[in-house]
Ligand binder design. Sequence first.
Ligand code: IPE
Ligand code: IPE
Ligand code: MG
Length: 264
Amino acid sequence: MKAPESLKPLSREEEPLLRNLVADRLPQHIAVIMDGNGRWAQRRHLPRVAGHRAGVQSARKVIETCVRLEIPALTLYAFSMENWRRPKAEIDFLMHLLRDYLRKELPLIQRNNIRLLVIGRHDQLPKEVRADIDRAMEQTAGNTGMKLAVALNYGGRAELVDAFNNILDRVRNNGLANARVDEKMISDHLYTSELPDPDLLIRTSGEMRVSNFLLWQIAYAEIYVTEILWPDFSRAQLFEALLDYQKRERRYGGLAEARHRVTA
Ligand code: IPE
Ligand code: IPE
Ligand code: MG
C-alpha cells in the first residue's frame, strides 16, 4: 500500500486494526454521510461552524486513508439540497469552507493522483463556488488514482429526476421512439455514472436514515452507522468500519455458501 504524503505513521491503536484488514476484500466504493458537526461544536459550547471546520480535518484523514488503502472510489456528502433550509450565515460559512478546501488541498489531491468529481446541481451554487469546482475538476481530470466525489447541493431524488430528463432528451433528439429504459440506462445517466455502486455506506452521529443520499446506488450497500460525531471520526474509526464490513455476509438475496444444500 502506498503511503500518501502528509500521512501520519500508524499509532499503536491503529496498527493492529490495519493488520486485520483483508486487502482483497476492501470495498470498491465507500460513501460517507458526514454528520454531527453541529452537535460536536454544541457539546464544546462552540458555534456550529466550528464543528464544520473540525469536520474538514476528518474528511482529509479519510481521503488520505482511502488513498493509502487503494480504495478506488470515495463519495463524501458535503451539502444536501435540503441544507439550504439552514441559516444563511451557516450556509455562507460552508461555501467559504469548501472554496478554502479546494484551494488549499488541490496540490495534495494532485500529488495523490486523485480525480475530483463534484456531484449535485452545480447550477444552483454561487458563481464563485462553481468556478472553483470547475477548476479543481479540470485540473484533476487526468488523474488515474482514486475517484473522490464530493456531493454538493446533492439530492438523490433530484439526481434521478435529472437522469430521467436526460434520457428523455436523448430519446427525443435521436428519434428513438421505441427506446425502453433499463437499469443500466438509469445508472449511466446518474451523476455517479463513472463510479461503481457503493459497497459500504457510513453515517456518523447515530442517525438511522439516508437523508436523500445516493438512493439508487445504495440498493445493496452495507450500512454502517456509528455514534461517533464526524469531527471525531478518525483513521482508527474508518478501520473499524472496514473490519465490520469485512465480517458481513453479502448475499444479494441469495443464500450463504454453507446453506446452498436445500435438502438434508
Ligand atoms: C453535517 O453536520 C454537515 C452538514 C450537513 C453540512 P451537521 O451540521 O448536520 O451536524 P448536526 O447533525 O447538526 O450535529
Ligand atoms: C445529511 O446530514 C447531509 C450531509 C451530511 C451533507 P443532515 O444533517 O443534513 O441530515 P438530516 O437533516 O439529519 O436528515
Ligand atoms: Mg446533521
